[in-house]
Ligand binder design. Structure first.
Ligand SMILES: NC(=O)c1ccc[n+]([C@@H]2O[C@H](COP(=O)([O-])OP(=O)(O)OC[C@H]3O[C@@H](n4cnc5c(N)ncnc54)[C@H](O)[C@@H]3O)[C@@H](O)[C@H]2O)c1
Length: 315
């Protein structure tokens, strides 16, 4: 297949592009390096140093003989998006090109506006370009579990059957986000739902290779919960602390508006039905990540891990 990964320089986009290329798909990536700009703006960075896109693509080609085509530009620029889709002629587009940090979206007015504009407009741009160039292109779009909040009933995969005053209806699962980033994802899901039904497109949320290789019917909006296990934050802390004798758990006041615990039940069966093998959080996995963290410990700035603002106050 020909697959275009938007946001291909990012945390999800880069490994997805390599994985798809390794599987034999023809891959192109597009990015405007916005995330690298946020890092410069905030004085933050990744734990592991990340080479620029061109260098990484050259290394991939040297190691595997497989080329990945890069496009540099802003997906919110409709002209750019139309040009690259026309040039590459993808069968599927994986759309990761969004501002994905909830804390960044909560910094102040400018960051909230940037996040919502970038995320909503980039998705509108892709939807319009697909419908105009080739409605058969399968869109794979990541949402985020944070859009659902903490409902007191199970989080179904996309749809909820409701009975109201003796009548039945199937509706998009109700969303209740707790920050401006996750709100942008809610707007995306409604825009996609509308465009898919109005223009007979094909969309899949929260899945990548399995979704690309198992497209839905034309005009179908399919939602997968890409989750294999859930646990409250304190249980994650206990699991990690248990791997390192003597490690202490420090409980900080919660700056966010989500509760620390309570009922949380996510339904996840559809990806497993397509063959997904769950990769659960184990002591072995924690140790393998800790080994990487130790190697790059000199790059860690612990002061940046402390919450410095309260989401209950508008900044
Ligand atoms: N990382 C996670 O754990 C996670 C969890 C749930 C959902 N997601 C979703 O996955 C997607 C990707 O997340 P990520 O963690 O890889 O983020 P990321 O910031 O590492 O990657 C996103 C990439 O998109 C690029 N980008 C942003 N806006 C763009 C635009 N307008 N035009 C072109 N490029 C643009 C950025 O420069 C960056 O390289 C997002 O939609 C995010 O909401 C991520």
């Amino acid at each position: 297949m020909r697959i275009m990964v938007l946001g291909g320089d990012g945390f999800c986009g880069w490994p997805t592009a390599l994985h798809l290329s390794a599987q034999g798909h023809h891959v192109a990536v597009a990015d405007n390096f916005a995330h690298r700009r946020f890092d410069r703006e905030l004085g933050t960075g990744s734990l592991v140093p990340i080479e620029d896109l061109r260098t990484r693509l050259n290394v991939w080609e040297e190691l595997t003989g497989k080329g990945i085509i890069p496009y540099v530009g802003d997906v919110c620029d409709y002209g750019f998006t139309r040009r690259i889709i026309t040039a590459f002629q993808p069968d599927a587009i994986v759309h990761f090109a969004e501002q994905c940090s909830a804390p960044y979206s909560m910094l102040d007015y400018d960051h909230a506006v940037y996040t919502q504009t970038n995320n909503v407009v980039s998705t509108l741009s892709v939807l319009h370009a697909i419908s105009r160039i080739n409605p058969g292109i399968h869109l794979v779009k990541l949402g985020s579990m944070g859009v659902y909040g903490w409902p007191n009933i199970g989080v179904e995969e996309g749809w909820l059957e409701v009975e109201h005053k003796g009548r039945r209806e199937v509706v998009l699962y109700p969303k209740r986000a707790a920050d401006f980033y996750h709100l942008s994802k809610i707007y995306d899901s409604h825009n996609i739902d509308f465009a898919v039904s109005a223009w007979q497109l094909r969309d899949t949320v929260r899945c990548v290779q399995l979704a690309c290789e198992n497209p839905p019917e034309q005009g179908e909006y399919r939602v997968f919960n890409q989750v294999t296990e859930t646990m409250p934050p304190v249980q994650v802390a206990e699991l990690v602390a248990g791997c390192f004798p003597g490690a202490a758990i420090v409980k900080l006041p919660n700056p966010r508006v989500e509760p620390d615990d309570g009922y949380y039940n996510v339904v996840h069966t559809k990806l497993e039905q397509l063959g997904l093998q769950p990769h659960l959080l184990s002591a072995e996995l924690v140790h393998s990540l800790a080994d990487i963290a130790k190697r790059y410990a000199h790059r860690v700035r612990p002061e940046l891990l402390q919450p410095t603002y309260d989401w209950h106050q508008a900044a």
